[in-house]
Design a protein around this ligand. Structure first.
Ligand code: GAR
Length: 221
């Protein structure tokens, strides 16, 4: 008997390459989930085209139509909750969220951030890592809590920083890893293996270390 599907709502702001990886993994049965809607705060984002091409429901909730962050988050929450998702997936959603919004989805909202958290929270992570002459950089999937880019880490992947590396080339290397690890973490959640409890990420009843599980190609199921 096949595993029951959970329902997911994906929030995006841009190109949606992570969304595409998640669409592909749901459509080919790797993730036992169905994407109920893709919601974007920018009406011209390419991710909306990807979603439409996959036959998914799309919604635009533009932050420009609201006077305050609270009002925007309230409208966003109302839109999301129409779909009663088991999981909300932030895939390049570039808005800071209010504590009320985050609390509402506590334990059922994941984010992907292009750095080895807790290093380089916030923006311009690739250039900052290069400027600091870091030998490596990477990406983290984490549960979302009220602390910006601060929730418990689930999964990380590392990439080396080469001599003369540009922020663009580094971002490209990191994105390849993003497309590997985000579907993997969502699959764990959909299978009931991944949870957040007491501000810690739990996989198969084991508390994950602060850095999260490390992704090594082919090494974790
Ligand atoms: C990704 O690199 C993602 O990690 C980053 O935005 C990009 C979205 O790309 N997210 C953040 O910076 C969140 N703080 P995509 O639209 O092609 O998936």
């Amino acid at each position: 008997m096949s595993q029951p599907e959970i329902s997911i709502v994906v929030l995006i702001s841009g190109s949606g390459s992570n969304l595409q990886a998640i669409i592909d993994a749901t459509q080919n049965g790797i993730i036992p989930a169905s994407i109920k809607a893709v919601i974007c705060n920018k009406e011209n984002a390419f991710g909306l085209t990807r979603a439409a091409n996959a036959g998914l429901v799309t919604e635009v909730v533009s932050h420009k139509n609201y006077d305050s962050r609270e009002q925007f988050d309230h409208a966003l929450q109302a839109t999301i909750d129409q779909y009663s998702p088991d999981l909300v997936v932030l895939a390049g959603f570039m808005r800071i969220l209010t504590p009320e919004f985050v609390k509402h989805y506590s334990g059922r909202m994941l984010n992907i951030h292009p750095s080895l958290l807790p290093k380089y929270r916030g923006l311009n992570t690739h250039q900052r890592a290069i400027d600091d002459r870091e030998p490596e950089h990477g990406v983290t999937v984490h549960f979302v809590t009220e602390e910006l880019d601060g929730g418990p880490n689930v999964l990380q992947a590392k990439v080396p920083i080469s001599d003369g590396e540009s922020a663009e080339s580094l971002a490209g290397k990191v994105l390849i890893q993003e497309h590997q690890i985000y579907p993997r973490a969502i699959k764990w959640f959909a299978e009931g293996r991944l949870k957040m409890s007491a501000n810690q990420a739990i996989l198969d009843q084991n508390t994950l270390p602060e850095s999260g599980k490390q992704h090594l190609d082919g090494a974790c199921s």
